[in-house]
Design a protein around this ligand. Structure first.
Ligand code: DGL
Length: 238
C-alpha cells in the first residue's frame, strides 16, 4: 500500500497549486491528479451537487488504489469533507482550508485582511465558524465568477488584471489577503501588483501538504522509493 499513488483533485487547475506543494514536500510519491472539469465551477453549485461531485472524485481515486486523497479545493473541503470521511473512514483524507488562522495570528493590531472565497465556501457553516474566530478583522468576500475566470485564463493571467483590481479596490488599505480558493494562487502576481508589493498573502496549500506528510507518517504510509516520483493527469468529461 505504501507505494500506491496519492490522489489529488479539484474542479480544475486550482489544485495544481496544492499538488506542487505536495511534490515539493514528498517528491518520491506517485500522484494522480484529477481535474473534475465536467463539474467546474463548484463554487456556484448547491451543497448537494458539490458533495456528489467530490464524492465521485474520491470514488474514482480510491478505485485506482490511491493510499490517500487530497481535496485540493476549499469549496469541496468545507462542503463535503465530513461526508467523504464518513464514506472512507479508514483512509487518509486531507482537506484544504483557507489560511485564516495564521493570517489572524500575524495581523497587526490595527490591520484587517480580506479573505477571497467562492460563493459556496462563503455560505458554508465550516467557513462561517472559522471566520468567527477572527474578531471581524478578516472580511470574507464571496467571488462567484473568479475561479472560472482564472480557469479560462490560466495561461495568460494578465488578461484578467482589470477584474482582479476591481475586486480588490474596496480593500486598498487591507494588510493581508487570504486566498480561500486554490485557483486564486494564480492571481498572486496581480494581487502583488495591485498593492505594489506591500501585502501579505496567505495560501493554505503548504498547510495541506504538511498535513498530508504528517498523516502518511502517522499511518506508516510514506513511499519507500527514491525515484523522483511521478504524476498522472486525468479529468472528468461532461
Ligand atoms: N478551486 C476550488 C476551491 O478551492 C473551487 C473552484 C470552483 O469554484 O470550482 O474552492
Amino acid at each position: 500500500m505504501r507505494n500506491n499513488p496519492i490522489g489529488v483533485f479539484d474542479s480544475g487547475a486550482g489544485g495544481l497549486n496544492v499538488l506542487r506543494e505536495c511534490r515539493q514536500l514528498l517528491p518520491d510519491e506517485k500522484y494522480i491528479y484529477l481535474a473534475d472539469t465536467a463539474n467546474m465551477p463548484y463554487g456556484t453549485k448547491p451543497p448537494e451537487q458539490i458533495k456528489r461531485a467530490a464524492c465521485g472524485c474520491c470514488a474514482t481515486l480510491f478505485s485506482m488504489n490511491c493510499k490517500a486523497v487530497v481535496i485540493a479545493c476549499n469549496t469541496a473541503t468545507v462542503t463535503a469533507i465530513d461526508d467523504i470521511r464518513a464514506l472512507y473512514s479508514t483512509r487518509v483524507v486531507v482537506g484544504l482550508e483557507p489560511a485564516v488562522k495564521p493570517c489572524f495570528r500575524e495581523l497587526g493590531k490595527k490591520e484587517y485582511a480580506v479573505a477571497l472565497v467562492t460563493e459556496a465556501t462563503y455560505r458554508s457553516d465550516k467557513f462561517a465558524r472559522l471566520i468567527q474566530t477572527c474578531d471581524r478583522r478578516i472580511i470574507p468576500v464571496a467571488q462567484p465568477f473568479l475561479a472560472k475566470l482564472i480557469e479560462d485564463n490560466v495561461d495568460s493571467i494578465d488578461r484578467i488584471e482589470h477584474e482582479v483590481f476591481d475586486i480588490l479596490s474596496p480593500y486598498r488599505d487591507a494588510g493581508a489577503v487570504v486566498l480561500g480558493c486554490s485557483h486564486y494562487t494564480y492571481i498572486v502576481p496581480l494581487i502583488k501588483k495591485f498593492y505594489a508589493g506591500g501585502i501579505k498573502i496567505y495560501d493554505g496549500a503548504a498547510g495541506a501538504a504538511a498535513r498530508l506528510r504528517y498523516c502518511l507518517e502517522l499511518s506508516a504510509g510514506l513511499s519507500q522509493g527514491k525515484n523522483g516520483g511521478s504524476v498522472r493527469f486525468i479529468k472528468t468529461r461532461k
